[in-house]
Design a protein around this ligand. Structure first.
Ligand code: COA
Length: 195
């Protein structure tokens, strides 16, 4: 029934890698095209392709440094342990492609600690509905599994791709507010949805 190591084909090895990676990498959510799993330190290179990219980060005061990408992953691993949620890796099932991150973190929103949905998708995969698909699944997870009565999204007031995702998953405009981001005062737009 079992093959010895020398008779394993490329396909056998590929299947084994997929099975092992599913066991080792903690899968949280599955959708039609995607799965979301916990971020791990070795995601740094792939995540850096978004977070250090000036075009992807044009609504942030500045793109991240590599050190900041490392800290971002560490912050999310701490979030999983502390809150049972954080930003997760978004993986395209077809080809096992790392697309970005999406998930729920606790954020200071206009002076209150509130659960917020966030996302970053590699620019070459944008406008294919991936952020919307991942965000909708995270919202269902927030209301169902995590039992939050309300969920928020905030983004820079002119980040239309980001707040379009909020609108497309059924969130409603709440207000504009000012936030200090990387020592800069930024006008943010806030959306929310109640369970
Ligand atoms: C925000 C982001 C995650 C959206 O990802 P995505 O996978 O492209 O999102 P979707 O395809 O699900 O939806 C994008 C929507 O924005 C719209 N959009 C994209 N670019 C736009 C632009 N320049 N102006 C207006 N609308 C735009 C799309 O048309 C689409 O809306 P539609 O379905 O009504 O046509 C992605 O743009 C991103 O990673 N941006 C950089 C990081 C970022 O700013 N994250 C948010 C931080 S708060």
């Amino acid at each position: 029934m079992f093959k010895d190591a020398e008779s394993l084909t490329f396909v056998d090895i590929h299947c084994l890698i997929l099975i092992l990676s599913e066991i080792i990498l903690k899968k949280i959510i599955e959708t039609k095209r995607l799965f979301l799993r916990e971020l791990v330190k070795s995601d740094k290179e792939e995540l850096a392709k978004i977070l250090t990219d000036p075009e992807s980060m044009k609504y942030y005061p500045a793109p991240f440094s590599y050190k900041k990408v490392e800290d971002w992953i560490k912050w999310n691993i701490d979030n999983y342990n502390k809150y049972n949620h954080g930003l997760w890796a978004v993986i395209l099932k077809e080809g096992n492609v790392f697309l970005g991150d999406c998930g729920i973190t606790m954020q200071n929103i206009d002076g209150e600690q509130l659960p917020e949905l966030g996302y970053h998708i590699k620019k070459e995969y944008c406008n294919k509905g991936f952020a919307t698909e991942a965000a909708k699944a995270c919202m269902e997870y927030a209301f169902g599994t995590l039992d939050f009565p309300v969920l928020y999204i905030y983004t820079k007031h002119d980040n239309k791709p980001s707040f379009r995702v909020a609108e497309k998953i059924g969130m409603k405009f709440v207000k504009y507010f000012d936030k200090e981001v990387m020592s800069e005062k930024v006008k943010e737009i806030l959306y929310c949805k109640h369970r």
